[in-house]
Design a binder for this molecule. Structure first.
Ligand code: ADP
Length: 175
């Protein structure tokens, strides 16, 4: 199981996988952080794909995930998911963050993807405590991999050293 999980440190927009996951916002409007990096590297087509989805469905609800092509990114697809804003923990934040991972993985499966990379959803401006978010991410991915053999490689890519160290510690424990 855990052989399929890889931990990296760096910029998700440089990865070549079937899909990179974007920590987007409800309007799929682009923004800072990982969202900004993906839009910048992917080029203006990403905003165009996102505006088409916004026009058709109004955007993306928190915890849900939508798929676009990757534009100029090395990766073929982008899975845009919207993490919860941390409001102290009593506003279904945990459930919503779990949903982000699950729904992203389901989309990857539906589209027969073999490799997918996740950033540390919600742990930037949305303020989710990093350790708790990492536990959720690793648990959801591990559970999914147990029951779904088609996905061959799930990458956690951390931009900041703090998240990288947290993931490293948890992955050593669960491996
Ligand atoms: P959110 O709004 O979901 O908190 P952010 O983009 O602010 O999203 O932050 C989510 C995580 O993405 C943070 O841990 C941040 O360090 C990380 N991050 C920022 N830029 C990149 C990037 N280019 N590649 C991967 N991760 C990134």
């Amino acid at each position: 199981m855990s052989k399929k999980i890889t931990l990296l440190k760096g910029d998700i927009a440089t990865l070549k996988v079937d899909a990179v996951v974007n920590a987007a916002n409800n309007m799929l409007a682009g923004g800072g952080g990982v969202d900004g990096a993906i839009h910048k590297a992917g080029g203006p087509l990403i905003a165009k794909y996102c505006s088409e989805i916004r026009r058709e469905t109004g955007g993306c609800k928190t915890g849900e995930a939508v798929l676009t092509l990757g534009g100029n990114l090395p990766s073929k697809y982008i899975i845009h998911t919207v993490g919860p804003v941390w409001k102290g923990g009593k506003f279904r934040e945990e459930e919503l963050l779990k949903n982000c991972y699950r729904n992203s993985l389901m989309l990857a499966k539906e589209h027969h993807m073999k490799s997918i990379a996740f950033p540390n959803i919600s742990t930037g401006v949305y303020g989710y405590p990093k350790e708790a978010a990492a536990e959720i991410a690793i648990e959801e991915v591990s559970n999914f991999l147990k029951n779904n053999k088609s996905l061959e490689n799930v990458i956690f890519i951390c931009f900041d050293r703090e998240n990288f160290d947290i993931y490293n510690k948890i992955l050593k424990r669960v491996k």
